[in-house]
Design a binder for this molecule. Sequence first.
Ligand SMILES: [Fe+2]
Length: 296
Amino acid sequence: MAYTVPDLPYAYEALEPHISAETMRFHHDKHHQTYVDKANAALEDTRWAAEMAPEDLLTKLDEVPEAIRAAVTNNVGGHVNHSLFWESMSPDGGEPSGKLLNAIRETFRTVAIFNETIEAAAMSTFGSGWAWLVHDGTRVLIVTTTDQDSPLSDGLTPLLGVDVWEHAYYLDYNNRRADYVKAWLQVVDWEVVAQRYAAAPVPDVSEILERTVSISGKMVAFGTIDVDAARTQSSELGALAGWGPMAKVGSIARAWGELAKNLEGRGAATVADLDPGMIKKAAEDLWVIAPERGMI
Ligand SMILES: [Fe+2]
């Protein structure tokens, strides 16, 4: 099946004054079409286009024959990135809410800091590329890619990507990329981003929830711990902090306090009711499981 450019989910002029109809026409009808044409040409007579979705192909670039790998990276990447891009915008704009807002606050503290960070990331991309909000399985974070590289190829789920190729903004903003990124953030469709967040793959924490932990001398499953138990642990361990042989006790006491705060903040009856990403992070901070090395 040859790839095709998806229709815009709104009119060309719908994003004005932030993005002009002229930019949308060139960007969608010409630039995206070129990626699709070149991707189809590179994949013609290969099994790749027939057997898998373009998003999946980007996770297996090392298996693609070397002769077409660069063309696939650039053009299937361009197709997937732009398909996501059109869907990420809406004339209605809005603000992140619900679980996505919680995740953004978890990483960036406030939406304002998130906005500043993605603007800075977009400005830091030298030449052509993208700045992304992604999900790494446990949390949201911002990354950049060059050319048409996709976060999917790094095992990350893209939630939102701002195109900082000049073709995305030059007609409207000339070389004022910062103004474009600020304007672009006004037309983000946060409903769509929230749906991507909800669908992003998360770690299987069932085994973590079954691990046993000693609470006031009694062994209980980690998943059954409630806010009172977490508070008790925090204060009991906090009282021991500074006692020579137990070097980690202060940080573990703080992690119990953090867990109690999260349980309360999320209205979760027990650890099992928290998001998988938060469960995994708490388990690592409390040494219920050994911490993995971070990706960045
Ligand atoms: Fe583009």
